[in-house]
Unconditional design. Sequence first.
Length: 196
Amino acid sequence: MHDLNDTYLVEKIKQGSEPAFREIYERYHLQMYYIAKKYVKDQSLAEDAVQDIFVKVWEKRDELDTSKSIRGYFFVMLKNHVLNMIRDRKKKILSGYELKEEHHPRENRTVDDVIYSEYLNQVKQGINELTDRKKEVFELKMNGHSNAEVAEMLQISIRTVKTHYYNSSKFVRAYLKIHANIMVILVTMSLSLLLL
């Protein structure tokens, strides 16, 4: 299923396909988690936010619009959900900020901060492994540009944009599967040794 596009998977999800839903989850949950965590500053709240989004999507799968980007849909839902969480749990989040500052001054980053920073470095390294054109397409798409906008900016066909983006995404996911997991283990082990 890894080679299928989002529109096809959304169509299958609307029909109740759990494998298609799992594939969409695999494609987007990690990115959504890090975005949520950036704002709520709490691992469990970020995990809850992502899980809530996917539960809602599954429960309302028959309402999904295959003509619209599922990625955009996820991130709009996530933004609204996080804003609600911040409103509803403002006290808990604010106390999280205060505790973080009190116990870990800015010069002493937490394990999560180090892992997140290293993860972003791995993402950048993966992107840098791409050919120049694929890298341009990937970065423009990640910055929210549509296929048509990217095609116009780079003076290439929409089909070429889709092919480059699909191949780039596949490569970066595979790169992270290998390098990011090893990096997380090494960073965690190194920090654990430092704390002994």
